[in-house]
Design a protein around this ligand. Structure first.
Ligand code: AMP
Ligand code: GLY
Length: 430
């Protein structure tokens, strides 16, 4: 099976990741029409935004897909996947033939349930931190288990908690209090059970594959910068910048990642009879040259997408066709040898309270770099901020240093009130 030659695509999501995907789709030779629901001020230049269609309004999406002759649905964020958008399409006789890029609920549990993901890794011999999970009524046992570890203590609410479900505590008393906080309902349903695990010490990186459930293609790896402050200080954010490729992910290390993590994961999905057509994001820790999985995500990373997609040279609709119809082995994935760096600009106060609706100036003056919009809105030709992470500037070049210098030079041209960005993105690597 194949997609028609000219494809109408509906892309779900509204962040920087979706702008990066939308731009790649817009460059495809095979695109007829691209719609983005809900989209942002940047995706508006790649296709048609559908601002009233929420990515979790499955009934509305069905109507839209039928009315607009959509041939392919690409899901950016995890929420529609965990809520079952791929299953919804498969089980509806009007739309079952339209492929969805993203796993069914069964596969999305790799991200949606930390205890499912940990059990999966143990079952398939995939290296990860030692752990145990406890349900709500087992707080005492959870506290006793904490005593078997040394500080720091890692505690995770089991379900989706918008990236906020992980607590790392430096002493046993705060760790025990954190057990009570999580199981006491602070994270809603996500806190119905808790995972306690060994602290892994090392450097993090993000590795991605596209898979049709049988074959896979390795995408460029990336490293993101999670903390708000320079020198990796302060609160965790969605990501303040990213770089690809990652210098310490050399061939020896990546061979270990493929042999010990990626292939056992794909084979594990097959063994467990979990269909998977989409992306897998491996959040890894490099512990002295040995890779461990910290987490799986069932979508691409953000802001990693803003350095991964610009390095993909082959046609993205061809890649989606391979993912959808189990023919990835027949597709060619061409990766640019150039490096890429992105620097995120945020609204003052983020990741705490911040203002929205601030006028953004200067985006059109940026030259030879790409501005990916994350939280922006275009109204009557004027660009406004609409989120905490507002936009990022990606540059390609022969060296990481050159890319970072280009992005920082171009950022100078952009302004909005209280704009903030880290000035040390990639400094740890060069
Ligand atoms: P997660 O939501 O699982 O990605 O966790 C958020 C962040 O917490 C990760 O990006 C790591 O920085 C950190 N983290 C999670 N698990 C561990 C662990 N076992 N050891 C050290 N750091 C961890
Ligand atoms: N940048 C990390 C993530 O997308 O989860």
């Amino acid at each position: 099976m194949k997609l028609p030659h000219a494809v109408n695509v509906l892309l779900l999501g509204s962040g920087g990741r979706e702008h990066a995907i939308a731009k790649k789709i817009a460059e495809s030779q095979r695109l007829s029409k691209l719609y983005i629901a809900t989209g942002n001020g940047g995706t508006a230049s790649c296709g048609i935004n559908v601002p009233d269609l929420s990515p979790v309004n499955f009934g509305g999406i069905k109507q839209f897909v039928i009315s607009n002759n959509i041939n392919l649905v690409v899901v950016g964020p995890e929420e529609p996947l965990v809520k079952g958008i791929a299953d919804y399409f498969q089980n509806d006789s009007d739309i079952y033939h339209i492929p969805v890029i993203g796993p069914t609920m069964a596969g999305a549990r790799l991200e949606g349930s930390k205890s499912f993901a940990k059990d999966f890794m143990v079952r398939h011999n995939i290296p990860t931190a030692a752990y145990k999970s406890f349900t709500k009524d087992k707080a005492d046992e959870a506290c006793a288990f904490l005593e078997t570890f040394e500080a720091p203590y890692v505690l995770k609410a089991d379900g989706l908690a918008a990236g906020k479900g992980v607590l790392i505590e430096n002493d046993i008393e705060s760790a025990k209090n954190a057990v009570k906080t999580i199981l006491g309902g602070q994270f809603g349903m996500a806190g119905n059970s808790i995972v306690i695990e060994q602290f892994l010490s090392g450097i993090e990186l993000s590795v991605f594959v596209a898979t049709d459930g049988k074959n896979y293609k390795l995408l460029p790896e990336a490293k993101d910068y999670k903390r708000i402050g320079e020198g990796d200080q302060g609160l965790n954010t969605g990501g303040m910048g990213a770089v690809s490729p990652v210098p310490f992910a050399d061939k020896e290390f990546m061979d270990k990642v493929v042999n010990r993590i990626i292939e056992p994961t794909i084979n594990g999905l097959i063994e467990d009879k979990i269909e998977y057509n989409g992306f897998i994001f491996f959040g890894l820790m490099n512990c002295g040259g040995e890779p461990y999985v910290i987490e799986y995500n069932v979508r691409m990373g953000d802001p990693e997408s803003e350095v991964v997609f610009p390095r993909i040279e082959s046609d993205i609709i061809d890649l989606f066709e391979g993912i959808a119809f189990k023919s990835l082995d027949k597709k060619e994935l061409i990766i640019s040898p150039l490096k890429a760096v992105t620097v995120m600009c945020t609204s003052g106060g983020y990741p705490g309270d911040y203002r929205k609706g601030l006028t953004i100036e200067g985006v059109n003056s940026v030259e030879n770099s790409i501005v990916y919009h994350a939280g922006t809105k275009l109204e009557k030709g004027v660009l406004y901020t609409s989120g905490g992470r507002v936009l990022c500037v990606t540059s390609l070049g022969d060296s990481i240093q050159e890319c970072a210098a280009k992005s920082y030079a171009q950022i100078e041209k952009i302004s909005f009130e209280d704009m903030y960005y880290r000035r040390d993105i990639t400094k740890d690597l060069i």
